[in-house]
Unconditional design. Structure first.
Length: 437
């Protein structure tokens, strides 16, 4: 029962020669106030273990060694080991900075020109499906925001369906889908023995799924493995999606860093050709080197323009319930680059340069590993693409790699190839070989 003594009660008690505990006298309230028992409403909250990759970043930051090497977090670094500022983006910043327009809220769906440019990148310039009005697109708070808005929307209108993610996948995929209320299981994807995609097992699992199961797919540069399907294999997956009436949700965060901007969108456009309805989460963080600006998009491909209009309305409502409207500055940079022919061409060349540099570092790492361990077949690294290489055998040695060699990788054995450069790749190859001997 809460204590309800006020100042005149204390005076009365004192007059009756009662002796109060010292702690109560020290806590005597002001006139008109009450004393209440302290509550611990939030003692039910459990501790958060933290994100393992972001926690590793703190350890890397605090490591005093000058020759430490960060191959953990998914950031693109140039050959000097710096996160670059793209020349095309810097020119866009110079243009945007001259604007005298006030900083206003964007619509719930974001900058319309940004959304249109995002559609062109995913579906192709002057894509018929876009001209038909069958694609509803919104600007989102990064790719994660697109995944969250999309999963919330699907869960609301399809409350009984389950979700499937690849094994392995980016850790946050499960967290986002489960946070929206989905029951989440995995489908086979990567064979640790062959170090390649286990395509037969993947197809078998997809064929066994109930209709309308939400299936999350990586169109290119699979995270964490870098092991991608070929166009012919994607065609088989599309056939299964169509025949089993599955709901595909594509997460394309590295478009352009695998085989090229158009080649990496193969699955997106194959599903369009197959007349499928699906969702696409896009991100500009890596390919624009705009990590902190949180530039993403969510597109829903629908059967007709009327359906797309309703989908857009529901996406807007989902945004309103969440963050109300997306940030404007980063979107203005992306829009400026994508809609200006000169800057667009310059940016495409810069993305090509990123891809070529990472592939060269991947090949140099393989050469170094073969030189150190000629008896081991490291060719599986050469067929992987994008920002990551995947060698689970190295994950077991992550602590030794960090403590003895200053090389940071994550426990799964995922390696951020973008962290390699001509100054450190040979040392990394030596470190990897050393812990495996």
């Amino acid at each position: 029962m809460a204590c309800r003594l006020v100042h005149h009660d204390l005076d009365k008690i004192a007059g009756q020669m009662f002796v109060l505990p010292v702690n109560l006298l020290l806590r005597r309230p002001l006139a008109g106030t009450r004393l209440y028992k302290e509550t611990a409403l939030f003692n039910v909250l459990s501790a958060y273990a933290g994100d393992p990759i972001l926690s590793l970043q703190v350890a890397y930051r605090d490591d005093p060694r000058a020759d430490k090497i960060n191959l953990s977090i998914g950031l693109y670094y140039d050959n000097e080991g710096q996160v670059p500022r793209l020349a095309s983006v810097q020119q866009a910043q110079a243009r945007v900075s001259t604007s005298t327009e006030p900083s206003m809220y964007l619509p719930m769906s974001g900058d319309p020109a940004y959304c249109k440019a995002s559609q062109a990148l995913l579906f192709g310039d002057d894509a018929e499906i876009v001209r038909q009005g069958r694609v509803a697109t919104i600007q989102t708070v990064g790719g994660s925001g697109a995944l969250k808005v999309g999963s919330d929307l699907i869960r609301r209108f399809f409350p009984d369906i389950e979700a499937r993610i690849s094994n392995p996948t980016w850790d946050n995929h499960r967290a986002i889908l489960e946070g929206s209320g989905f029951k989440v299981e995995t489908y086979p994807y990567f064979d640790r023995d062959t170090q390649r995609v286990d395509f037969d097992a993947m197809k078998g699992a997809l064929r066994a799924l109930p209709a309308r199961t939400l299936v999350l797919l990586h169109p290119c540069c699979h995270n964490p493995t870098g092991a991608d399907l070929t166009p012919a294999q994607w065609d088989e997956v599309v056939e299964i999606i169509a025949s089993r009436q599955l709901l595909a949700f594509l997460d394309i965060a590295y478009q352009g860093l695998g085989e090229g901007l158009d080649a990496d969108a193969y699955l997106v456009r194959a599903l369009v050709k197959a007349n499928q309805s699906f969702l696409v989460s896009g991100s500009f963080s890596k390919i624009f080197s705009l990590y902190g600006e949180r530039c993403g998009s969510l597109s829903m491909v629908c059967a007709n323009a009327e359906e797309a209009g309703r989908a857009l309305g529901q996406m807007q409502q989902a945004v309103r319930r969440n963050y109300s409207s997306p940030p404007a500055y980063g979107a203005s940079l992306v829009r400026t680059v994508l809609t200006d022919p000169v800057l667009n061409a310059q940016w495409r060349a810069e993305v090509d340069e990123m891809r070529v540099r990472m592939q060269a570092m991947r090949e140099r790492l393989i050469q170094g590993m073969v030189a150190e361990q000629p008896q081991v077949d490291w060719s599986f690294l050469d067929v992987q693409r994008g920002m990551f290489a995947y060698a689970p055998v190295l994950g077991a040695h992550m602590v030794r790699l960090r403590e003895e060699f200053g090389v940071y990788i994550i426990e799964s054995g995922r390696i951020c190839v973008a962290g390699l450069n001509t100054g450190n790749v040979d040392r990394v190859a030596h470190a990897f070989a050393s812990v495996l001997k």
